[in-house]
Design a protein around this ligand. Structure first.
Ligand SMILES: [Cu+2]
Length: 106
């Protein structure tokens, strides 16, 4: 019984995988700072038709995120002119309806 409790505590403290990592952080930092965040990352792929981009971003301290590769949605199609595969970009994003949406790229 006691071992089970300890195991669960360890799993909660050290979630595995990027999806769990984000879910865990949504509770605190993300909700507290719902407005928008800034990041730096390299474009791994961009799909203008789907409005999606995959970035390998550096740690985002304001959200407590480690460096990771993840998908963002892009509603403003004009941003795809800057979301070129292999390019390092500075970007701003916010959370809309359970998705991270890029709102600015430079
Ligand atoms: Cu991320």
């Amino acid at each position: 019984m006691k071992r089970t409790v300890i195991l669960m505590a360890v799993l909660v403290m050290f979630p595995v995988g990027k999806v769990l990592a984000h879910d865990g952080m949504d509770m605190g930092a993300m909700n507290a700072k719902a407005a928008s965040s800034e990041g730096v990352g390299v474009v791994d792929s961009a799909d203008q038709r789907k409005g999606m981009v995959t970035l390998s971003h550096e740690p985002i301290a304001s959200l407590g995120w480690p460096a990771m590769t993840m998908d963002f949605s892009v509603e403003d199609k004009a941003l795809f002119s800057k979301l070129v595969k292999g390019r390092k970009v500075h970007f701003r994003f916010s959370k809309h309806h359970q998705q991270y949406v890029i709102t600015e790229v430079r």
